[in-house]
Design a protein around this ligand. Structure first.
Ligand SMILES: CC(C)(COP(=O)(O)OP(=O)(O)OC[C@H]1O[C@@H](n2cnc3c(N)ncnc32)[C@H](O)[C@@H]1OP(=O)(O)O)[C@@H](O)C(=O)NCCC(=O)NCCS
Length: 264
């Protein structure tokens, strides 16, 4: 058994044993070539064949662990854990301090695996879908972090299925890119939302943080629906913390996810 870098020729044998834990076709097929160039992409090899993979991407002080897959024939022998531990070891050598991953709330074996390696559930996030639609909204892009500071109730926000620290530099950068939306009434901010274009799926718009009053959040979603309509998006995904209670007729509540965190 050997852990080495994943290669182009691992793709077919790995995809042959991969089934998406969520929806059939595994998304790692679409990101494979990108992962070969980005971050650290590891494979576990047995008798010359890849039997597992794991990808890590790095940002500021965080390693993001994703795409962990072990061939069903070789599960429960500690290989999945070894790949994660090797990834963490590389991250530690590079001086990264935090490891995070996202796991579907129903994927109990992965949650158990993560917990057995010292990860804790940091937060739970719901995925909702909503359709693009022509809508009117009173939302504006934030221009100053003061406008939103009372509405940030999370250490992280999501972008393309990764979660990042929601700290001051991140907020400034998001404001600069006009990715933070505010709904205000009588000069008081009542809701905030962060959006992005998905890097994984073309034609998908995402909301990676949402908080505030019901009316305010509704307005933010109207803005995004309208944006999706204007740029011809196929779908809009919304990721909101479990504690944010979203009740909107058009919203389709899909899945609950656990954001897992470990200090390295
Ligand atoms: C999740 C997955 C990577 C685990 O790989 P693995 O090599 O079997 O994991 P390990 O042998 O290292 O297991 C480590 C721990 O995870 C838990 N675990 C793994 N498989 C389990 C199962 N079938 N039932 C219960 N717990 C399980 C156990 O706590 C286990 O420790 P233990 O054997 O000491 O009890 C593998 O099942 C897989 O590829 N699943 C499909 C893809 C997927 O869900 N990926 C994760 C998406 S976030």
């Amino acid at each position: 058994m050997q852990i080495r870098k994943a290669t182009k020729s691992d793709k077919k044998p790995v995809l042959d044993f991969c089934q998406s834990p969520y929806s059939g076709i595994d998304y790692i097929a679409n990101v494979w070539d990108f992962w070969l160039r980005d971050g650290v992409f590891l494979a576990m090899e047995r008798k010359g064949k890849p039997i597992g993979v794991c990808h890590a991407s790095f940002s500021k002080n965080q390693v993001w662990v994703e795409g962990l897959r072990i061939n069903p024939k070789f599960r429960q022998r500690g290989y999945g854990s070894s790949l994660v531990l090797k990834t963490e070891q590389i991250a530690k050598m590079k001086n990264y301090k935090i490891s995070r991953m996202i796991i579907s709330n129903g994927n109990k074996k992965s949650i158990k695996l993560a917990k057995s390696l010292g990860y804790k559930i940091e937060d739970k996030w719901y995925l909702y879908n909503i359709k693009p639609k022509r809508k009117q909204s009173l939302v504006i892009p934030a221009t100053n972090s003061k406008q939103i500071e009372n509405l940030i109730d999370s250490d992280t926000y999501s972008k393309s299925w990764k979660w990042f620290a929601f700290d001051k530099p991140a907020i400034s950068e998001l404001i600069k890119k006009r990715k933070i939306l505010v709904f205000a009434h009588n000069k008081k901010s009542l809701a905030v939302g962060i959006w992005n274009d998905s890097e994984i799926d073309n034609d998908v718009l995402q909301v990676g943080y949402l908080n505030g009053t019901k009316a305010g959040m509704k307005n933010i979603l109207y803005y995004i629906q309208n944006k999706g309509y204007e740029q011809n998006s196929k779908r809009i995904q919304i990721l909101a913390q479990q504690k944010v209670k979203l009740n909107m007729k058009d919203l389709d509540k899909r899945m609950l996810f656990c954001l897992m965190k470990k200090d390295l």
